[in-house]
Design a protein around this ligand. Structure first.
Ligand code: 5AD
Length: 353
């Protein structure tokens, strides 16, 4: 069998069994071509169509604090970045964001922030409760990093439904190249297991093209996803931020990002898979390309316009037009051109029928 046939055969088998061996992952990711990528995209799209039809779910992303105790080498919000603009939204402002989002048709709010001690467990619980009370028909997603299991439990009881915590890389050595010694992959994965056990719809994910990433580390990412079987997976290209240790590194590849989106869709058929902001930043048609590769979620920015620039994970992060909640009409139009429809509704994860 030729190499090309063997890669197609691996993609077919991934669809049938939801599994590839480590060596097969490495081979596929080390040596794929445009034909393989388009083959996977076509399959991924067919699977997404089977599970979601032409429906695209939207989430309103509220970036509510840019303070972070961590010092991840890739992130513009890292503690050591003295040039980072820091802000914290008040409860009042966050609720106003939800109000605006609700009127625009959002039924999922994502509270995302750095690991900020200024938002204690108690304070977050009160905020979650407040949102839950005012918008009982909405889903609430948290993305506030690593906390104690007890805090995760209290947030859940207060009314949070989902939790996003990208694992960033599932390879221990690679994890150590992206993070200072205070952080560990072990703890990251323990958090993900805890979140899932509590009952959250849980999301992991990683950057594509982060410094030191290889086909082997990507194989580990795919295998972790198979093992964790998450409800959501966030994948976007690494983009350098000038005031970080990785400021001089190259951005990740958009096409490899798209290939990985497709492979995740093929493996985890009904997973909620966003076409991420980073993908929309690296190329103007990123959101569209993501959808055509098998993604089924978009997460426009619902933060107050004045703070969006300050939430700078990487340089040139997009936060206007179709990336912005108020640009939802434009996004709807762009999706329509591809034959997809943005729907209002919580868009929860559903068991395979
Ligand atoms: N490039 C791309 N993505 C980044 N993130 C953080 N920094 C960068 C960067 N420089 C991603 C991480 C994190 C999410 C909130 O943003 O994966 O989990």
């Amino acid at each position: 069998m030729g190499y090309g046939m063997r890669r197609k055969e691996a993609i077919d088998r991934l669809e049938e069994s939801g599994h590839l061996e480590r060596e097969e992952w490495v081979r596929l990711l080390a040596d794929y071509d445009e034909t393989d990528r388009l083959y996977a995209a076509e399959k991924a799209r067919a699977i997404a169509d089977r599970h979601f039809g032409n429906r695209i779910y939207i989430r309103g992303l509220i970036e509510f604090t840019s303070y972070c105790r961590n010092d991840c080498y890739y992130c513009g919000l890292r503690r050591s970045n003295k040039k980072a603009a820091r802000f914290r939204l008040t409860e009042e402002t966050i609720l106003a964001c939800c109000e605006t989002g609700y009127k625009l048709g959002f039924r999922t709010f994502v509270l995302q922030g750095g690991e900020d001690a200024g938002f204690s467990d108690e304070r977050l619980c009160a905020l979650i409760g407040g949102i839950r009370e005012r918008w009982p028909d909405c889903a609430l997603t948290l993305s506030v990093g690593e906390r104690e299991a007890d805090a995760y439990r209290r947030f859940y009881e207060a009314g949070a439904d989902r939790y996003l915590l990208r694992h960033e890389t599932a390879d221990t050595v690679h994890y150590g190249k992206l993070h200072p010694p205070a952080m560990s992959l072990e703890n990251r994965i323990a958090c993900l297991d805890t979140l899932k056990a509590i009952g959250y719809q849980t999301g992991c994910g990683f950057m594509v093209g982060s410094p030191g990433q290889t086909p082997e580390t990507l194989a580990a990412d795919m295998m972790l996803i198979e093992r964790l079987h998450p409800h959501m997976v966030g994948i976007g290209p690494f983009l350098p931020h000038k005031d970080t240790p990785f400021g001089g590194e190259c951005a990740g590849s958009d096409t490899l990002t798209l290939f990985l989106l497709s492979l995740v869709r093929i493996m985890e058929k009904n997973v909620l898979l966003p076409a991420t902001t980073a993908l929309g930043t690296i190329r103007p048609d990123g959101r569209e390309a993501g959808i055509l590769a098998g993604a089924n979620v978009v997460m426009p920015n619902l933060s107050p316009a004045g703070v969006r620039e300050k939430y700078a994970l990487y340089d040139h992060k997009k936060c206007t037009g179709a990336e912005a909640a108020e640009g939802i009409a434009g996004l709807r139009e762009r999706m329509k051109r591809l034959g997809y429809e943005i729907v209002s509704g919580r868009g929860d994860w559903k068991e395979c029928q």
